[in-house]
Ligand binder design. Structure first.
Ligand code: ADQ
Length: 489
């Protein structure tokens, strides 16, 4: 039986009498107007891939911020719409936020305080009291909706991410019978960093409302235990890996997230992807040049300037590659209402221009920077035409781009250059692991990647594919839901 089926079975057999509620900021289905028509979009994220089938099997409720411009047009009087549209199986309950609420809670506290606080990328958080108050307000708004949806049912609530640090305590205080788990998709920093947060105790108290708190890797779990130990008067049970606070226990566990390996592998060999590979080669005049790729949401944590500097150093030291190699950086902008994001966008623009000007000729430039949100087919084609893929995050919970690259390489070719500061580096030890801050070493690693013997490339890629196949997104779901199932009385 494959992991997908086992996950269904687990939900049907062990959690059947429970209402399953997922809470996330981002919705799994977004309705938008396209002329007079309403379109339903599915944001491609690992989380939706894993939890959508689970929610279908469990006929649960997914609660999320209704952010599409046509979202209100399709819901019933309780702000619910059944999804997926073509075969409705579970309820999507939308929570409406005003522009001020979205600014303070999402762009403000979540993305301008919690995000930089948890990522050690030397970008200081902005602690704004008004944003913090809005964050609290929005967390309580979601808490009310959850309690309303649950009513008198037995329920398992699975909260997603750093947008809802206070929510678990709020719902547990109102209904202690609920089984509450949270998955934290980003790193947890060490105590020296976390203690700069003026509201550290409230945040920890909120998170310790969970029965289970999951991170990607053990290292982040350890940081969390150390933080709790030093910041509040709790007890740490190192045998059980748990925090005891106010007489209640929170288990802290690693659940390394992943991708749908089989689906990505199958997609990579389709005619559509192969046609797109040809089209991309033609569009960028790749000929027989060596091709490196980077695929990112533009964020200061992703180490994009560091990657560009390493490329600059590579061409400086090894001019024989001038004209023979191109690096394609695909970047989609995000959170541009936050100043730090506008700054990183500008920095990258300048660096690309500077490096291209330094090395370009009439018929070639070293960096092709494409600012677009690419389709799954284009992404798969790009991953397949690459000789190497660079993932150089300064700090990252997991980084799915690394696992997607490996999953698409059905030819077992291609080299992954991977930052040691990504969660993925703990699993993909056959990548060429780099420190993105060490520019010279990074440049040497690019050389090693382009000169790696074919046999070595294949051995490494085969082993990485095995690792991702054995630990796919369904495996993640099984691990998480098995732990939640153990908490039933
Ligand atoms: P993110 O910070 O968003 O996720 P990541 O895990 O790398 O980072 O996922 C990014 C996703 O966006 C990938 O699926 C990628 O293919 C896609 N993507 C990036 N650029 C794109 C583009 N230009 N066009 C189209 N798609 C693009 C957070 C944490 C991570 C953690 C995930 C999941 O920061 O550490 O791995 O959640 O838990």
């Amino acid at each position: 039986m494959d992991f997908k089926e086992s996950l269904h079975q687990l939900i049907e057999e062990r959690l059947a009498s429970y209402l399953l509620v997922v809470v996330s900021n981002r919705e799994p289905y977004i309705h938008t107007f396209s002329g007079d028509e309403i379109e339903c979009l599915r944001p491609a994220s690992g989380l939706t891939v894993a939890l959508d089938p689970v929610m279908r099997a469990a006929a649960g409720v997914w609660i999320a911020h209704g952010s599409g411009d046509a979202d209100r047009a399709v819901v019933d009087s309780s702000s619910r719409v059944m999804v997926p549209p073509e075969n409705p199986q579970y309820a999507l309950r939308r929570v409406w936020l005003s522009k001020e609420e979205e600014d303070g809670y999402y762009y403000g506290f979540a993305n301008d305080a919690m995000w930089p606080l948890c990522h050690i990328a030397f970008t200081p958080p902005t602690f704004n009291e008004a944003d913090w108050n809005t964050y609290k307000k929005v967390n309580s708004l979601f808490a009310e909706v959850i309690l309303q949806e649950v009513g008198t049912n037995q329920a398992i609530i699975l909260v997603q991410d750093y947008h809802f640090a206070l929510l678990p305590r709020m719902i547990k205080a109102q209904n202690p019978q609920l089984i509450v788990g949270q998955f934290w998709h980003i790193p947890w920093p060490n105590y020296e960093i976390f203690r700069i947060c003026p509201w550290q105790e409230e945040i920890l108290d909120g998170l310790l409302g969970n029965d289970i708190l999951g991170f990607h890797i053990q290292y982040h779990c350890n940081n969390f235990l150390e933080t709790a130990d030093r910041a509040i008067e709790c007890r740490i049970d190192r045998e059980k890996f748990a925090v005891i606070w106010g007489g209640k226990t929170t288990l802290v566990r690693p659940f390394p997230i992943s991708v749908d390996f089989e689906a990505l592998s199958a997609e990579a060999s389709t005619g559509k992807v192969e046609r797109e590979m040809k089209a991309l080669r033609h569009r960028w005049g790749l000929g027989n040049k060596l091709v490196g790729i980077g695929i990112d949401r533009i964020d200061y944590t992703k180490g994009i300037p560091e990657r560009l500097r390493a490329l600059d150093r590579f061409f400086e030291k090894y001019p024989e590659y001038i004209g023979r190699m191109v690096f394609i950086q695909l970047g989609t902008s995000s959170r541009v209402r936050v100043e730090k994001y506008r700054e990183i966008n500008e920095r990258i623009d300048h660096l690309v221009e500077e490096i291209n000007r330094k090395y370009e000729s009439a018929s070639w430039e070293p960096i092709i920077y494409v600012k677009e949100l690419a389709s799954p087919v284009t992404l798969a084609a790009l991953r397949r035409i690459a000789d190497f893929c660079m993932v150089s995050s300064l700090h990252d919970g997991m980084n799915l781009v690394a696992k997607e690259f490996v999953s698409s390489r059905i030819d077992e070719d291609g080299v992954l250059i991977l930052s040691q500061f990504c969660g993925a580096a703990w699993e993909l030890s056959d990548a060429l692991v780099i420190n993105p801050y060490a520019t010279d070493e990074f440049a040497e690693t690019i050389k090693k990647a382009v000169e790696m013997p074919q046999e070595e490339k294949m051995v490494r890629m085969r082993r990485m594919r095995e690792q991702v196949r054995e630990n796919d997104i369904y495996h993640w779901g099984i691990a998480l839901f098995s732990e939640l199932a153990k908490l039933r009385p």
